[in-house]
Design a protein around this ligand. Structure first.
Ligand SMILES: [Zn+2]
Length: 77
């Protein structure tokens, strides 16, 4: 599947960005290095946007988990 041209609108700040750009930049700071298919991180505000269709509570949980993983990684620097 080629998702390189897909554009994401951040559900937190409304910033629009290409998925390929986020995968190549902000997602490289994640331990999964952009291999994750569940989350995409907003380059503008750092919010973990959930890509899958899921109930609101599950999207919220996934977003928090993604933010937690990213925070752990960046704290090690
Ligand atoms: Zn954002």
């Amino acid at each position: 599947m080629n998702d390189g041209d897909q554009r994401i609108v951040c559900s937190l700040c409304g910033f629009e960005f290409p998925m390929s750009q986020a995968r190549a930049t902000v997602c490289q700071t994640c331990p999964l290095h952009g291999q994750c298919r569940l989350l995409i991180k907003c380059p503008n505000c750092g919010y973990e946007n959930v890509l899958v269709q899921a109930p609101g509570w599950l999207q919220s949980l996934l977003s928090k988990a993604g933010a937690w993983i990213s925070a752990r990684k960046s704290r090690k620097k």
